[in-house]
Design a protein around this ligand. Structure first.
Ligand SMILES: Cc1cc2nc3c(=O)[nH]c(=O)nc-3n(C[C@H](O)[C@H](O)[C@H](O)COP(=O)(O)OP(=O)(O)OC[C@H]3O[C@@H](n4cnc5c(N)ncnc54)[C@H](O)[C@@H]3O)c2cc1C
Length: 321
């Protein structure tokens, strides 16, 4: 997403568009209906995660970070981190160990304000991207999103609240238009599955330990916001460490997660309410600038007042369709 690229840039990581595929914005597709909007701040870039990681590792090493590969952390205490070869003294400890974070458990930060999980699977297909947009296909029980990642490859992720609806067979049966697009294209990676969570923690720091990334909460994968949040949290955490005050990070974290959680909940609500969703897509088709305004809010370019006025306009439009 463009805002993720901006966060990466702030961390000193530049992504060359040639390493992936540019996309202009988002498209919603359902039963032959389509509605598209461009990102207000320029294109996003679809790319494979290992390429992104290469860039992150190179930047970390450039900053003097010593990375200990194949060295699982097995415990933390007030002043150190335990690994197989002994203890490593630490002024600060940052748990970035993902959704199932053990650091979170070890330091007693498990208490959640909300936690909702969905099941996801992803595949890469060897096929020329047919759209300049990330497409979100809405089915009765599942959604699929398609990201162009090179001139001859797309990534397809399917997601559902129920595990039996999250398989590709089940989702593609619900989404014949997408099934036709893929047209039996060859797979270019092994299919993988994951759980995606909308989780918000009461606290993300205690003593000299802070959590960041999915360990510190998270938004559903359909938002495409997980990485941006992690990068922005990293920047906020660095500022808080410089001020010797992790509570400052906790406050910044709360502000950062607010909008993606609201937008994620809106998407999940649309997913669960097919009749309302159909009317929303029809309303957005007849007023495409409304979709552009919603997308601008999603990517952080709108104020809460603008979101409210867009919501009111959408409500008005819903009455008309
Ligand atoms: C299907 C799917 C599609 C998604 N698509 C997007 C997208 O398009 N854009 C986007 O921004 N986000 C997307 N997300 C969300 C994104 O993947 C996550 O938000 C992001 O990976 C979080 O990064 P993280 O580093 O916090 O956690 P993770 O990526 O989970 O990394 C945690 C790391 O910690 C390591 N670790 C765990 N325990 C230990 C230990 N004890 N010692 C040492 N290391 C340990 C793990 O090996 C792992 O490498 C998607 C998620 C899913 C499921």
């Amino acid at each position: 997403m463009p805002e993720t690229l901006a966060a990466l840039w702030a961390l000193g990581v530049e992504i060359d568009p040639r390493h992936g595929q540019k996309f202009r914005g988002i498209c919603f597709a359902q039963d032959g209906a389509r509605v598209v909007a461009d990102f207000p701040q320029g294109p996003g870039i679809g790319l494979r995660r290992p390429l992104l990681h290469e860039r992150l590792i190179a930047r970390a090493e450039e900053c003097g970070v010593q990375v200990l590969w194949n060295t699982p952390v097995s415990g933390v205490d007030a002043e150190s981190v335990r690994v197989s070869r002994g203890k490593i003294h630490a002024r600060w400890i940052v748990g970035t160990d993902g959704q199932g974070s053990r650091v979170r458990r070890w330091v007693g930060l498990e208490t959640t304000k909300r936690n909702r999980q969905r099941y996801t699977r992803r595949r890469h297909y060897r096929v020329k991207p047919w759209s300049n947009y990330v497409e979100i296909y809405w089915g009765s029980h599942a959604q699929a999103y398609v990201t162009p990642i090179s001139s001859d490859e797309v990534c397809v992720a399917v997601m559902s609240e129920r595990v039996e609806h999250s398989s590709f067979d089940s989702a593609l049966r619900e989404l014949p238009e997408l099934n036709d697009r893929l047209g039996g294209a060859e797979l270019s990676s092994r299919e993988r599955g994951a759980v995606t969570s909308t989780r918000s923690l009461r606290n993300v720091q205690r003593g000299n330990v802070a959590l960041a990334g999915d360990a510190s909460g998270g938004v559903d994968a359909i938002t495409g916001e997980g990485l941006r949040l992690a990068f922005r949290q990293a920047l906020a955490l660095a500022d808080a460490m410089a001020m010797n005050d992790l509570s400052q990070y906790e406050r910044a974290h709360r502000v950062l997660e607010r909008r993606p959680i609201v937008m994620g909940n809106l998407m999940l609500w649309l997913g669960r309410n097919p009749r309302i969703r159909t009317r929303v897509i029809r309303a957005l088709q007849s007023k495409p600038d409304l979709f552009a305004r919603l997308l601008a809010t999603h990517v952080g370019q709108g104020t809460p007042a603008e979101l409210l006025s867009t919501g009111a306009l959408l409500g008005w439009q819903l009455l008309a369709v």
